[in-house]
Design a protein around this ligand. Sequence first.
Ligand code: NI
Ligand code: MN
Length: 245
Amino acid sequence: MNLGALEITFCGHSAFAFKTPSGKHVIVDPWLEQNPACPPRLKKPAKVDTLLITHGHGDHISDAVSLAKRHDATCIAIFETVLWLGKKGVSKLIGMNKGGTVEHDDMKVTMVHAEHSCGIQDGDQVIYGGEACGYVIEFENGIKIYHAGDTCVHSDMKIIGELYEPDIALLPIGDLYTMDPVQGAYAIRLLGTDVVVPMHYGTFPVLTGTPAKLRELTKDIAGLQIIDLKPGETLTGNLDRLALV
Ligand code: NI
Ligand code: MN
């Protein structure tokens, strides 16, 4: 597989920054400033065009409002979370729901199912944020990335694999709030995706799942590559892994 000019940078936890082949800057699950896994140089990105949000928990949405305002960026999220972002003063919003696809910034973004909760902590209140979701993002060069969000393993992953055939799956494996490596290994079999980047592990001591365990549980799957990107590393071109600069 060749990603061409597409750059996928792991910002730590579930946050990924994509530079699209045409040069747009996209961040999925912007939790950067207070994210202990996020390298300092990625905490204040210089350019942001679009933010994709999988759900309203703080470790996924915390920097959405400030980044959207600072960069006049568009936020894409599920309908009820978009209502909340609008109330917080974000002006460029695309609200959607599971099953929908939107074309934006040379990407086709499909919102897919995740099995998780989605309350938004706002001061001492918890606001209903709709449901948690994942995304399949197709870039203009045809590369498709599945960001699963926070989720347990679920049978829709079989549908996502068959319908969209993602080239790369970003899967949570940390346990406690999401899949552990056992569920992650099952998810990989459902998806049939050859390249997997684990996420949502190790940020806190309670997120105990490891890429090593995931590898051990999937060693019988021919052709599978589990790429344990370190925060700050970028994947591009022929799955070249560029370290921190
Ligand atoms: Ni969550
Ligand atoms: Mn989370």
